[in-house]
Write a protein that binds this ligand. Structure first.
Ligand code: SF4
Length: 358
């Protein structure tokens, strides 16, 4: 089937399916007690904390201070393969815990809250996705990291936003037509930039989809000296106004390295913590969302990322439950497309000088 003729059912979540964003509040005494308890338990349990950029400043600081790691999803999993601890505590969302387990089967992978999901993952159930792929056997299946282990196991390639353009161009050069899942905005951006024949799954990130082109135009007019940085899970009319489109890692790097003093940033505002640490002299403004004078679903902060806190981190270290478990056949199959991506990224670094954003 030709991609232009294809219409896919909407797989985005309704507002009713999205939990409210509830950020943990702690007074300073409780915070200090929890931090001390977690530091002790990490040592006692031979555990390392790995946190995503979108988690709270407290969790990120704790990961950094205890020999853990703060990064994007794939890099978190890659770090897990290098660290010696028998247990990884993944502060993030479920697919990140699963990716860590897929690449580190010998380790225990625990999460503060196993209910921390992702709208892209939830919007791509394996049965429907497998049936869709079966209808298009002539197409190579490329899935974003934000998917379940079962969906990864059904794919040929796993991809991250940082390397999506390179990989899709590479596959197209080999004459391959693609299925892309689950993010329609990232897929549309890749399609626009590469012109490759792609059938797009129709899912969306509730955080990035909320950024608004009209509000962004107005904010840019108010701050003509600001550079606009956009994550490619945002809508195309927001991406069109970007000075730089990139992954979370690329956006942190841009704030640090670009000469501009002021930035308007369209991504989860949890990333601002890392940006402020990396470039304390820069002015960072949030790109506008639906919430300006109205209501918003996520308000630029992922409700599932916010489910990670110091209290449930201490609890999971104490009790040792909330373990990620994956059927071994699925895990082995899911590891193949992830390893394929890691190998591709490694080769590209050798070929493309200076491009180390995978
Ligand atoms: S920010 Fe969006 S893509 Fe990231 S975990 Fe939350 S819902 Fe998923």
């Amino acid at each position: 089937m030709n991609a232009a003729a294809f219409v896919m059912k909407d797989h985005s979540l309704t507002p009713a399916q999205v939990p409210p964003t509830v950020v943990e509040t702690l007074d300073s005494a409780e915070k200090a007690a929890l931090v001390a308890r977690i530091q002790r338990l990490l040592k006692e349990r031979d555990a390392t904390l790995v946190a995503h950029y979108y988690t709270s400043p407290e969790l990120q600081e704790l990961a950094d201070a205890t020999g853990g790691y703060v990064s994007d999803s794939l890099d978190m999993a890659r770090f897990g393969t290098e660290c010696r601890s028998g247990t990884l505590i993944v502060a993030g969302v479920r697919f990140m815990g699963e990716t860590a387990k897929i690449l580190n089967p010998e380790k225990r992978v625990l999460m503060p809250d196993l209910g921390a999901e992702c709208s892209l993952d939830l919007g791509c159930p394996i049965d429907e996705f497998a049936a869709f792929c079966d209808q298009h056997p002539d197409r190579t299946v490329v899935v974003y990291a934000n998917t379940s282990a079962a969906v990864k196991a059904r794919s040929d390639w796993v991809v991250t936003s940082g390397i999506a353009l390179d990989l899709v161009k590479h596959l197209a050069e080999k004459g391959e037509k693609l299925i892309w899942a689950p993010d329609r905005h990232l897929g549309a951006y890749v399609q626009q930039e590469t012109g490759v024949d792609m059938l797009l799954w129709n899912g969306a990130c509730v955080v990035h989809e909320a950024f608004k082109a009209d509000g962004l135009r107005q904010l840019r007019a108010e701050h003509p000296d600001a550079q606009v940085l956009v994550h490619p899970e945002s809508p195309l009319d927001v991406i069109a106004q970007a000075d730089l489109v990139g992954s979370t890692t690329a956006l942190v790097k841009a704030v640090t390295e670009l000469p501009a003093k002021k930035f308007i940033i369209a991504t989860d505002n949890g990333l601002f913590h890392k940006m402020k640490l990396a470039a304390p002299d820069k002015i960072l403004l949030e790109a506008p969302i639906v919430g300006k004078g109205a209501t918003c679903v996520s308000c630029a902060h992922c409700p599932w990322m916010a489910m990670n806190g110091l209290r449930n981190l201490a609890r999971v270290l104490e009790v040792g439950d909330h373990e990620i478990r994956i059927d071994e056949a699925i895990r082995e199959r899911a590891a193949l497309p992830i390893r394929r991506l890691l190998d591709f990224a490694k080769q590209r670094r050798q070929v493309v000088l200076g491009n180390n954003d995978a």
